[in-house]
Design a protein around this ligand. Structure first.
Ligand code: ACO
Length: 324
């Protein structure tokens, strides 16, 4: 028998403030048609004044714990993927730790931008597999509205705020792809593309927070190639094919990236969970938000095979295969 990390609860949180594409036409020279046609986005939730990433993350974590029937004091690991922490330090995860009533174990942040949740999940899975943790909360939480340049129409229309979380618990498996739990995770990065998608500030460079700068077309081109490749890698590692996947829960960056990746892999769009139209790109939060939605409404069922994938700044990208 081997140790497998099982997803035993999912949670999410979206700020109540809704901003439509039409609302954005009052801020920048854009249109609902352009945004929908180029990205698939129709609206996004934005954090209220004073609402922070740790607020969003805590709400998602508490919902995931409640659904799992697990107390915060029983958690021994929090890994939080975010590119928009409350403070430069300490980690936003430590704020969440205090607020869910967890006093032992370890809590830390992971920075892999839009791939942050996949990175956090992989780290937590490895902690559980090696016996260093038994019950982990893995979170993706962002307030990208704080780092958008609201005068740059090429980027500010694409993002939203939100958080999603899962509770992982150590279980047992036989080491086959029929096991319940995380079957494998696959992480990549290529720092040669650092400058194609970045925030032009930071404590050690400019001593400012900075704003997102993105070479959209270049990112788009790399996204489909990298995502298809890592999905192929995840399937091959488990002796599975695209036909075995029940659901893909992809990072929600652009409808055309979702369609391009699905086509390249021969996957039907009906098997892709989509929240982009309502949430926009919430970076590290997008995968756990979509997962919580599809588990919550009964689309994703126990025993089904779910593929998670994401790509973001760095570039970073990754995938995880999970039997629910
Ligand atoms: N409203 C109206 N017009 C706009 C807007 C806007 N919001 N933004 C740009 N335009 C204009 C441009 O100025 C340009 O005009 P021009 O031809 O007169 O110069 C025209 O629209 C076309 O611009 P492009 O950048 O070529 O448009 P494109 O079809 O490439 O779409 C987009 C842009 C949506 C950014 C696309 O490249 C994309 O989605 N890239 C992926 C980036 C991404 O998803 N990043 C998220 C983070 S990384 C990740 O999560 C994978």
């Amino acid at each position: 028998m081997i140790v497998r990390s099982r997803i035993v609860g999912c949670g999410s949180y979206l700020p109540s403030r809704l901003v439509t594409n039409d609302d954005l036409t009052k801020i920048v020279d854009t249109s609902d048609e352009w945004i929908v046609e180029r990205s698939g986005i129709r609206q996004r939730h934005l954090a209220a004044e004073g609402e922070t990433t740790s607020d969003l993350a805590t709400a998602a974590a508490l919902q995931a714990l409640e659904r799992a029937g697990i107390k915060g004091s029983d958690v021994d690991l929090i890994v939080l993927g975010t590119a928009t922490p409350d403070h430069t330090f300490p980690a936003t995860a430590t704020k969440v730790q205090a607020r869910i009533g967890m006093t032992g174990g370890a809590a830390f942040d992971v920075q892999a931008v839009c791939s942050g949740f996949i990175y956090a999940l992989a780290i937590a899975d490895n902690f559980i597999r090696t016996g260093q943790a038994k019950t982990a909360v893995v979170i993706g939480a962002e307030t990208f509205s704080r780092i958008l340049d609201w005068s740059d129409r090429t980027s500010c229309v694409l993002f939203g705020d939100g958080a999603g979380a899962v509770v992982l618990r150590a279980g047992e498996g036989e080491g086959t792809s029929r096991d319940r739990g995380i079957l494998s995770t696959h992480l990549h990065s290529d720092g040669r593309h650092h400058d194609l998608l970045l925030v032009d500030g930071g404590p050690s460079s400019t001593q400012t927070v900075g704003h997102i700068r993105m070479a959209g077309r270049e990112v788009f081109r790399h996204a489909i190639a990298n995502l298809s490749s890592v999905v192929g890698e995840a399937l091959a590692a488990n002796g599975l094919g695209a036909a075995d996947i029940d659901w893909v829960v992809p990072h929600q960056a652009n409808q055309r990236i979702l369609e391009g990746t699905a086509k390249k892999l021969g996957l039907s769009m009906e098997r892709m969970v989509g929240t982009l139209d309502r949430h926009a790109n919430t970076s590290a939060a997008s995968v756990p938000l979509a997962l919580a939605e599809a588990v919550g409404d009964g689309r994703i069922k126990e025993g089904q095979l779910v593929l998670l994938e994401a790509m973001g700044g760095g570039f970073t990208w990754g995938a995880g295969l999970v039997r629910m």
